[in-house]
Structures are given as C-alpha cells and as structure tokens.
Write a protein that binds this ligand. Structure first.
Ligand code: NAD
Length: 356
C-alpha cells in the first residue's frame, strides 16, 4: 500500500530541491501518494495566512510530511512557518545527523555526529514584546523593582521558557536515539553558568535522565566551549542535545564541518507527526537557477523512508548519493568547487538528481 506523504515545496530553492528529491524517492520504487500543498508567502497571498488550515489538516491526517525551505520575513511580517508547524504538531525533537560525505571538502574527514535540538521552547516560543507595549512596560517596572540593572526603557523583550517536561523528553529522546543507534556518548549543551534558572533547569534534568542510561557516557558543556570544541576536534562528539536556540546555531556550525548547508538533512519528530526537511533555508541568492544542491533534501527523504520502515530504500538512496559524490563528475556547483576549486563541469540540480 502506498504511503501518504504531504509535500510542501516551499519557496526560493524549495521547489527545485523538492522536485529533485521526489524523483529520487520515486525511483526507489517505494509507492508514495504525494499530497502537494503550499505554505509561506504564496499561501499568504491566496489564503491570507502562511500556514492554511488545509495544510495543517493534511499533515495531521498523514502524520508524515517533507518540506522545502520557506522564507521568513526578517523583523516584520508573518511568523516563521517552520516554527508554527513545529508548535502545531509539537514536533519537539529536531534530529540532524552531520556525517562527512564523499566529495565534501572540509577541514576534517570522518565526522559522524548527531544534533538533537529541542524544537518547541526557549526563545523560539515566540513570546515577544515590542518596545513601549503594555507588557514590556509592565515587565520593565517589575524588573526595575527587582534591580534589573541592564534593563533600559524602550527595550524589546523576548521570554525564554524552559520546562522540566520539555527538557526531560528531549534529553530522553537523545539517550533513546543513542541507544537504538549504538552510539556511545551524549553531550548536553547549555549556558547554565549565566542562565541559572532556565539552562540550569535543562542541565539538572539532563543529569537526572543520564543516570538512567549508565551504559551511555554523559557530559555537559557550555555552549561557547562546545563551539570551540567542535571546531578544534569534532571527533570528540557523538550525540549532542541542546535547547532550541543553541541547537539552531550549532546545527549550522556542524553543517559547515561536513561540507556546507547543502549536505545537512534533518527531521522534526513529535509523538503523532514527523516533518522532514534540510537544515538550510530558501537560499534566495541562488533560487530559480537550477544550481542548488538537493543532497540535504534527498538525505532528509532517506530519513523519512527510515521513519516509514522502508529501510532498504533509505539505504539505497544514501549509497547512491555517496556513489555520485565520490565519482565527482555529475555534482552541483558547490560540490564541484570544493573538489576542484572551480565550478566548471558542474551539473544542475535536476541532472544531479538523475545521476543519483
Ligand atoms: P540559507 O540557508 O537559505 O542560505 C545560506 C547560504 O547557503 C546562501 O549563500 C545559500 O546560497 C547557501 N545554500 C543554502 N542551501 C543551499 C543548497 N541547497 N545548495 C547550495 N547552496 C545553498 O540561509 P539564509 O539566507 O539565512 O535564509 C534564507 C531564508 O530561508 C530566510 O528567510 C530564512 O528565514 C529561511 N529559512 C528557512 C528554513 C526552513 O524553511 N526550514 C531554515 C532556515 C532559514
């Protein structure tokens, strides 16, 4: 029986890389009934909302979606569709494997680590107050009374909620992932030395959870030291579990370690639904030129096939991507440049998908 999957092409390079991904998935022979729906700026124009009800209903019904990136206006305009989807379906675990692929020039070889990022809380909860708003003024007065020295009139405020339940389930997810994938160590990343209440809570819960997994090594690291450690010796890391904001930033750092954003797949997992997508954004600078690298999106589809218990097809996709990158002949401009120093001989997004 065909698997029902919602496909959100997104915008920017989204439609190109999802088209490439879809052709690769279809070539495995696994039957997928794709339900293509629109979200983002196009949906905003047509339905007056970037994430229309029928999109949410479709994802709720199938339980599985794969999406291209969606542009989020900076500073003003509608809120991130990605954040809204994660919150709507409580997709609390963002899983981003960072593995060195053939053909990716990087300072390091043989990197194999996994980011497990909390996806629903933290500064991304979207609780923000504009300067001069009623709430910001009330908070200002409250903080003044409590001696908030660096709190100046006219400040904008973001709230950082970190809950015991939210921390427990993400750290438990990281340990369960480590156990099921035969991994040896979990590192909890935080800034508890400064944010004693929020990150302190995350760290306390992480230590409690770690005690239930004596066979898996556990350490905690401050986020700035983690960034330095990842750049100095990424082989020292295995599974990293992080609150939302640090997870977002450190994911991109790790994508850079394995050859760039074009190579980094991801999954957003909840109890009921899973939404798969590349780590990168909509790359408006290269959109519509058939030069984007669809590898991250194709590997996100391989994660989706594993989720659908189509492990053989997932393995074949990973092998095909590795083989195509190893040969280095039919690869996109970013990979060609890292292999040869020039983009000469590169092929387009769709031709690369054909080669895979
Ligand atoms: P970006 O990831 O889109 O691009 C950063 C750089 O990486 C650009 O130079 C781009 O050309 C390059 N790049 C990205 N993906 C590539 C690929 N597949 N192949 C080759 N090169 C690639 O980051 P940005 O420019 O900061 O963000 C653009 C938009 O994307 C913003 O509106 C942002 O909010 C949105 N965004 C969406 C998602 C998502 O939908 N999940 C994630 C991150 C950012």
């Amino acid at each position: 029986m065909a698997h029902d999957v919602v496909l959100i092409p997104g915008d920017g390079i989204g439609p190109e890389i999802t088209q490439a991904m879809r052709r690769v998935v279809d070539a495995t022979g696994v039957e997928i009934a794709w339900q293509v729906v629109d979200a983002g700026a196009g949906a905003m124009l047509e339905y007056g909302t970037p994430l229309p009800r029928h999109v949410l209903d479709a994802v709720a019904e199938t339980g599985v979606a794969i999406k291209g990136p969606v542009t989020t206006p900076v500073g003003t305009g509608f809120r991130s569709v990605n954040v809204a989807l994660r919150q709507a379906f409580d997709l609390y675990a963002c899983v981003r494997p960072c593995v060195t692929l053939p053909g990716a020039t990087s300072r390091y070889q043989d990197i194999d680590l996994v980011i497990v990022r909390e996806n629903t809380e933290d500064l991304y909860a979207g609780i923000e107050f504009e300067p001069g708003s009623f709430e910001a003024d009330r908070l200002a007065r409250l903080l003044e009374r409590n001696g908030g020295r660096s709190f100046r009139p006219g400040s904008a405020i973001s709230i950082k909620p970190i809950s015991p339940e939210g921390s427990r389930r993400i750290v438990t997810y990281a340990f369960e992932y480590a156990r099921s994938m035969g991994r040896n160590k979990v590192t909890a990343v935080h800034k508890a030395n400064i944010m004693k209440a929020t990150d302190g809570l995350f760290l306390r819960v992480a230590r409690e959870v770690a005690a239930s997994y004596p066979e898996i090594a556990f350490e905690d690291k401050i986020v700035d030291a983690t960034c330095m450690g990842l750049v100095m010796d990424p082989h020292d890391f295995d599974v990293l579990v992080l609150p939302n904001l640090y997870g977002d930033i450190v994911s991109d750092l790790c994508a850079g370690l394995v050859g760039g954003l074009g190579m980094a797949p991801g999954a957003n997992i909840g109890e009921e639904c899973a939404v798969f997508e590349a780590t990168h954004g909509s790359a408006p600078d290269i959109a519509g030129k058939d030069i984007a690298n669809p590898t991250a999106e194709i590997l996100s589809a391989a994660m989706m096939l594993d989720h659908l218990d189509e492990h053989e097809a997932a393995r074949r996709i990973r092998d095909a991507v590795s083989a195509t990158l190893s040969e280095g002949e039919q690869v996109t401009a970013d990979v060609r440049r890292s292999l040869t120093g020039s983009t000469e001989g590169a092929v387009g997004t769709q031709a690369y998908a054909d080669a895979v």
